[in-house]
Design a binder for this molecule. Sequence first.
Ligand code: HEC
Length: 125
Amino acid sequence: MRTLISILFCLSVSLAIGTEKVTSFAVSPKVVELLESYCFSCHDAESKKGDVRLDNLETLALKDRLDLLNRVQEQIFIKEMPPKKKKTQPSDTERQQLYDWMSAELRKHNASKFEELAWFREYLR
Ligand code: HEC
C-alpha cells in the first residue's frame, strides 16, 4: 500500500511539474512597453524600490510571480503606482491595459486575490 501511495505521489508531482512547463509564460509586448515607460525606472535590477523588481517576471517561480502580479494589480487599481509625485503617469487606457493583462494572467491560475476582494466588496454594498 505504501509503495502505491508513493508511486501515486511521484506521479502527481511529475504531472504538476509537467503542466508548469506547458503553461509557458510571457509578458505581452504592450505590457513590457508600459512597464518600461512607467515602472522600470524604480523597479528594475538597479533600483528595486520597496524590494520590487518588475523586469524579470519571466524568471520567477509561478507562485512568486502570482504573488507579485497580485500586488501590482492592486497598486494599479488604487492608483498608488507610479507614485503621484512622478510626472509621467499612465493614461486611464494604459492603466486599464496593465490591469486587464494582470487579471487575465491571474485568472488563468485562479489566483486573483484582489478581484476576489473587489467582488466581495461589491457583494457587501
Ligand atoms: C518614482 C519611483 C517609482 C515608480 C516610477 C514606480 N514605483 Fe512602485 N514603488 C516605489 C516605491 C518607493 C515603493 C515602496 C514604498 C511604497 O510602497 O510606497 C514602491 C512599491 C511598489 C510595489 C509594492 C507595494 C506593496 O505594498 O506591495 C508595487 C507592486 C509597485 N511599486 C508597482 C509599481 C508599478 C506597477 C509601477 C509602474 C506602473 C511602479 N511601481 C512605478 C517607487 C516607484
